[in-house]
Ligand binder design. Structure first.
Ligand SMILES: CC(C)(COP(=O)(O)OP(=O)(O)OC[C@H]1O[C@@H](n2cnc3c(N)ncnc32)[C@H](O)[C@@H]1OP(=O)(O)O)[C@@H](O)C(=O)NCCC(=O)NCCS
Length: 181
């Protein structure tokens, strides 16, 4: 499968801020990953109500972006609060999900670059990401845009009957002011 070429034939992916009417598309993409991957440690699909609560927690400081192909939302990315302890206020956690039928076309990378730029504009200082064992696409994507590994937490999750390690990665805008393209 070609990489970093958009499914619509080479035009740059259309990245934009999410709106409340995107929530069902975001939920559907997320729930596909809940059901079929270890990318998220949720094991039960998110309800409409939970999706709305999640979205309302992102109003203000924490951006949510979507990517469109042929006028349909095919992926999304967000920055979320890492902790409610005040000293962590400039640290966020990144999530990125692309619908399985649209992976490998550069949408994930475009979302990552967009969400890191949005976080930089909002004054965040550090972005963390947790990547479960056995997700080379996610690990590769994070390394590609400048995340660096921090370390591995061993056997911290259990999904599909398997105990899973989780790697923590971090991204800092300093000393470079922005994600690598
Ligand atoms: C991870 C994910 C978002 C990547 O999205 P994508 O649109 O397929 O990725 P892109 O096509 O933009 O690829 C960008 C880079 O990611 C890396 N990458 C993507 N797929 C990869 C794979 N299967 N194996 C290794 N590296 C991969 C590569 O570095 C790639 O750059 P390259 O094309 O120059 O080699 C997507 O696979 C996905 O949604 N997976 C399920 C959810 C998930 O794992 N989310 C992350 C939670 S931690």
């Amino acid at each position: 499968m070609p990489r970093n070429t958009d499914a619509s034939g080479g035009a740059p992916p259309r990245i934009r801020a999410a709106r409340s009417r995107d929530l069902e598309a975001i939920r559907s993409i997320y729930n596909e990953a809940v059901r079929t991957t270890t990318a998220t440690f949720d094991t039960v699909p998110r309800t409409r109500r939970e999706q709305r609560v999640w979205y309302s927690a992102h109003e203000g400081r924490y951006p949510v972006l979507v990517v469109e192909a042929e006028h349909r939302v095919v992926g999304w990315a967000s920055l979320s609060a890492w902790s409610d302890r005040r000293a962590y206020q400039d640290t966020a956690e990144l999530s990125v999900y692309v619908a399985s039928a649209h992976r490998g076309h550069g949408f994930g990378k475009a979302l990552m670059v967009g969400i890191l730029e949005a976080g930089c504009r909002r004054g965040l200082r550090t972005v963390l990401a947790r990547v479960a064992d056995g997700n080379p696409a996610s690990r590769g994507l994070h390394l590609k845009v400048g995340f660096v590994p921090v370390g591995v937490m061993h056997r911290v999750g259990k999904k599909f009957g398997r105990l899973l390690d989780v790697e923590l990665l971090e991204f800092h805008w300093e000393p470079e002011p922005g994600p690598r393209h």
